[in-house]
Design a protein. Sequence first.
Length: 249
Amino acid sequence: MLSIGAIALIGAVFLAAGLVKGVVGMGLPTGAMGLLAVTMPPAQAAALLLIPSLVTNLWQLFTGPSFGGLFRRLWTMMAGVVIGTVAGAGLLTGAHTMIASAALGAALALYALLGLAKAGFTTPARHEAWISPLVGVTTGLVTGATGVFVIPAVPYLQSLRLHKEDLVQALGLSFTVSTLALGLGLFRAGALISPTAQLTGSILALAPALAGMFIGQALRQRMSVETFRTVFFAGLLALGLYLALDAAL
């Protein structure tokens, strides 16, 4: 049974994480994992975010303009995400989780700094056929070790130079597949120690996550492309620094 304090903590964490996700199209699992892991094991935190992450990502995915086209373009990446996440999900309960989190945070912060400096890269369309599945598998393995879906999926999707709303929808597609694969992987690894309690907490987290995302999406619609780009990379920088510092301390 969850205490009142635990319910309040979960609500506050997912409201904030949903707000960030609504603005920049990502950040819910990263922020929630970082904050929840202060008071509980990483695998338990990952189990709590499954339902809010899945529902908000589905919302983000199906409110975008180009689902069919994006899926046809990115399906090999999504297949790689599933394979990598299910294969690596046991790492989340291993002894080297903090090292993986620190490395992930450092990579995320470096990418964000390059983006803010407008030193990003572009993936030529002719190379997508072989790069996409490799990015998917690597993203899945990182997800298995940290519970966070962003590296290298986010830099890769951003390098495709998609329109603002298409990028947000592509992120929704990637994160939806990652969430489903992570849930399957945690189940197979036996990390869902108390499924009923974890399911209850995950359901309770859904309402504040949706409220935060709704507010964040409204804010995003008022932003220019350049403002969105700046906020996007600033959010990545903050999340990356948080992960790196939290793992180091």
